[in-house]
Design a protein around this ligand. Structure first.
Ligand code: SAH
Length: 257
């Protein structure tokens, strides 16, 4: 990559991080669905070690922290998110239980069989579901749990427009039975899977973005890269409105065998 390309790329990332820092959640989900997924997880106690990979500013992590014993480490690639994450933990008086660290889900700073629970909402796609399931498994104790959300097709066939959109964004998107098979192949017993209801997208993800987008465009008035980025976000929302019966996010909960 040339220097010029690298700086354009960095600028894009900065815009993305700044934009998503304005939002409570960086992915679709809700407090209710986080708790529902947690209801399938057993065997946690005060000594449990829990991690949230790709935690962003921590909306799901804090929901989790209010309901689990043990300690939670949130890991995210971007220090700006981690700064906000730790601030959010403090404002909820959860700083003794929850700690954010900058790092990558590609190289976890844990020992083999150290963890009791791996959580990851809307983030495993960054390394791919199959790779995440296989690589992360070794850090879990036998009998420990993993809970992730992942983009899935709800039907065997999809209209070309949405198929092309996803094959460009995340070619690993697949049907729920295929994802369950991948989870089992990685050495997990599939404990539960359920589709996130549409309010996780409309109310908790896209609605707050409409206000943030207006603000962001004003803040960066005349900036073509920002306009293009917001255009892409709006297109993604249009796709969801048009095709939400064909795809969505699915919670997968598995137990290490
Ligand atoms: N779990 C949060 C954020 C989801 S968005 C929520 O549900 O609100 C996906 C997150 O993954 C972003 O915060 C992004 O910065 C993070 N991410 C992307 N690549 C990563 C990597 N390699 N390691 C750790 N985090 C990563």
């Amino acid at each position: 990559m040339s220097k010029e390309q690298a700086s354009i790329h960095d600028f894009d990332l900065e815009i993305i991080v700044e934009y998503f820092s304005m939002l409570k959640r960086q992915g679709p989900g809700s407090t209710e669905q986080t708790h529902k997924a947690l209801s399938f997880v057993e065997n946690l106690d005060n000594n449990s070690k829990i991690v949230d990979l790709g935690c962003g500013t921590g909306a799901p992590t804090m929901d989790l922290a209010k309901h689990v014993p043990g300690k939670i480490t949130g890991i995210d690639l971007f220090s700006k998110f981690i700064h906000l994450f730790n601030r959010n933990a403090e404002s909820l008086n959860l700083q003794h239980k929850v700690k954010g660290e900058t790092g990558t889900m590609e190289e976890l700073p844990f020992e083999k069989e150290e963890l009791d629970l791996i959580w990851s909402e809307g983030a495993i796609y960054n390394i791919g579901f199959k790779r995440g399931m296989n690589d992360w498994r070794e850090f879990l104790k036998p009998g420990a749990y993993i809970a992730v959300t992942e983009a899935c097709w709800f039907t065997n066939e999809q209209p070309k427009e949405i198929r092309d959109f996803w094959l460009d964004a995340y070619p690993e998107i697949d049907t729920i039975p295929n994802k369950l098979q991948q989870m089992q192949d990685a050495g997990f017993m599939p404990v539960a899977s359920f589709i996130l209801p549409e309010d996780c997208w409309y109310e908790h993800f896209y609605a707050p973005q409409e206000e943030a987008q207006r603000e962001f465009l004003q803040l960066h008035a005349g900036n073509k890269t920002v306009e293009e980025f917001i255009g892409r976000e709006r297109y993604e929302f249009e796709m969801y409105k048009k095709y939400s019966r064909y795809y969505g996010y699915v919670f997968f909960i598995g137990k290490k065998i």
